[in-house]
Unconditional design. Structure first.
Length: 256
């Protein structure tokens, strides 16, 4: 599945002189048959459980292709690549990205509003967490975007509101429908956080405690909700595994 961005404008009044290398900000993995199976299993899970609603990689790629400028695509790609909450993403500045080393990461800030307990932050304190940027293609495009818009180190990359982002996603949904594509999961900023978590679980041997740290969950129970659909979705790579044993040839059933 080849996803091609529609334009190469930054959204900050800057235009790139050439297309970004590598095309979209996400490279959907797998093949169409795997996508069909994984999508069917995901749809089954969300239809019959209260599991988080999430998108698969090829669906995220299609959403990104519907966004008309790099400002919007870079924001949604950041949600997808970091699992950030929307308020965390909108607070990001160029100084929050560490992109020069061999292990790029982003610093996310969560405003804690709960009451303080022993050893816990005070209400209103900002708690930071480091999230690795695992996709080299996204890290490179983050470098190119930030170099192009030339913002001050402490300036917000996206000086917009949560509602503005929701409007962008509604426009992307409408554009997909115009192409005859209807997603079973309604597009919201938080959907990309769920999608990030499930993508990590489905694509590698990620320990649930590490995912907890990436997502900034205080309780492991908050992270374990993603395992409700893991069994079904993981089965996408196990189709054809037999649990049937023929009587003929079964050594326990052979006459002595």
């Amino acid at each position: 599945m080849q996803i091609t961005p529609l334009t190469h404008h930054t959204g900050h009044g800057h235009a790139l002189g050439h297309p970004l290398q590598g095309g979209p900000l996400v490279r959907p993995a797998g093949n169409p048959e795997q996508w069909r199976v994984a999508t069917a299993l995901r749809n089954l899970a969300i239809a019959h459980t209260d599991a988080p609603r999430y998108l698969l990689a090829h669906e995220v790629g299609a959403v990104l292709a519907m966004l008309p400028d790099l400002q919007r695509r870079f924001l949604v790609a950041t949600l997808w690549n970091s699992g950030a909450r929307i308020n965390e993403a909108l607070a990001l500045t160029p100084g929050d990205f560490e992109l020069d080393g061999g292990r790029p990461f982003v610093v996310l800030r969560t405003l804690k509003q709960r009451s303080r307990g022993k050893g816990r932050p005070r209400a209103g304190d900002t708690v930071k967490r480091l999230v690795p940027l695992l996709d080299p293609q996204y890290a490179q495009q983050a470098r190119e975007y930030l170099a192009t818009v030339k913002l001050a180190r402490g300036a917000r990359i996206w000086p917009v509101t949560d509602q503005t982002v929701r409007n962008w996603l509604k426009e992307a949904e409408a554009a997909l429908r115009g192409r005859g594509i209807t997603l079973v999961v309604a597009l919201t900023p938080h959907v990309f956080r769920h999608s990030y978590a499930m993508h990590l679980l489905l694509c590698g041997n990620l320990h649930i405690k590490r995912l907890q740290a990436y997502l900034g969950h205080r309780s492991l129970k908050s992270t374990e909700v993603y395992t409700q659909v893991l069994a079904l979705d993981a089965a996408a790579s196990e189709i054809g595994l037999s649990f049937s044993v023929a009587n003929e040839g079964n050594p326990l059933l052979l006459g002595g």
